[in-house]
Design a protein around this ligand. Sequence first.
Ligand code: UD1
Length: 418
Amino acid sequence: MAKLRVVGGNPLCGSVRASGSKNAAVAAIPAALLAHGPSRLENVPVIGDVEVFVDILRELGADISWRGPGVLEINPNGFEEWQAPYDLVKRLRASYYLLGALLAKFGRAEVALPGGCDIGVRPVDLHLKGFRALGAEVSLEYGVVKARAERLQGATIYLDDASVGATINIMLAACLAEGTTIIENAAREPHVADVANYLNAMGARIHGAGTEFVRIQGVPYLAGGEHTIIPDEIEVGTYMMAAVATGGEICIENAIAKHLEAVAAKLRETGAEVETDGDWIRVKGPSRPRAANVRTLRYPGFPTDLQQPYVSVAARAEGVSVVHETIYENRFAFVSELLRMGAKIKVEGRTAIVQGVERLLGAPVRARNDLRGGAALVVAALAAEGESEIDDLQYIERGYERLDDKLRALGAEVTRVP
Ligand code: UD1
């Protein structure tokens, strides 16, 4: 288990470049299997979740390899496996995308239900509802989802909740189906549109991805394609939080500012200056942030994945912030670690009441099985006085590329202890 040692209390300053989006990459990689020719993905982040997915596909027999920094080539020719067992997929929640991809490719898929962060129950009923609507027979046997269809048929599918995973999984399944599929109340997160752009580059006909109404006209065949993954707005948002929590001033390059409007607005409420020119964002934190309430929402609202890093900002703000989580039922477990750093936070169900303190104090803490909760501890440790040690670093490295290097480039005193 690696650790991150942080000597905090100093404002971050300097520039950092955003990496490619984790959530787009883990959907684009299985999407490549749908084609009849090789694909080349660029700006792929080298992070734990991506490396795990590459390993899973390799073990299933796919020809997939890194061709340079952030460049992944995937050749699906010869790939014939439609079963993905639990001991492979349990390492990664996004392995559920294999269901849509294998079902589209082979007309059958058997994929064990995956693992992932401990932040809530996270069912996949809406994914399965979508596959059934497309004409697949779907069952759950001994923890394995089995889906089968002679030929998937386009259908209109209303999602009761705008699930990101269900939207992308249905897009994957529907792009080779017969006829037109319509997803109503689709997720609008930036990576939904990014994955659709990649599928379209391979010859799919997807319209409206990124809005709540997505139309997919099935095509008989997809060729390979080239695609550059969008920047990771959650990584960018995390660095924005770190700048505000430490009272620093940083510039994040290779970002899409439009994807972070809700976050920028909230940080301005805390007294931060946020400027942008479209593809870079400059954030200057006040010496001490003001309290501000947050309610997580689906995109374009304030993202649940930045709720936890935001709690670390609120932990040293002046006043009381009420943070309400609407997407997951259990996303405050990391708070018990923040308390060890002197934070004053009370959690009641899906709400955290954060009484800001003037000083956080370094402490040994654990990320446990929680990627963004771990990122929140890093933000708090950077702001805290003295030394912190964040254990279980690999959970954080599932989603943050070269975290220690990037923080050092911003002047932070951090050491990765293997
Ligand atoms: C994706 C992101 C994740 C982010 C989340 C919400 C990826 C790989 N991960 O996760 O980082 O936190 O969106 O922005 O893109 N739900 C159901 N039934 C379903 C599907 C979801 O009830 O069939 C519920 C879950 O229990 C949970 C919420 O919806 O409460 C999660 O939403 P969803 O958008 O599906 O999240 P993921 O795709 O898992």
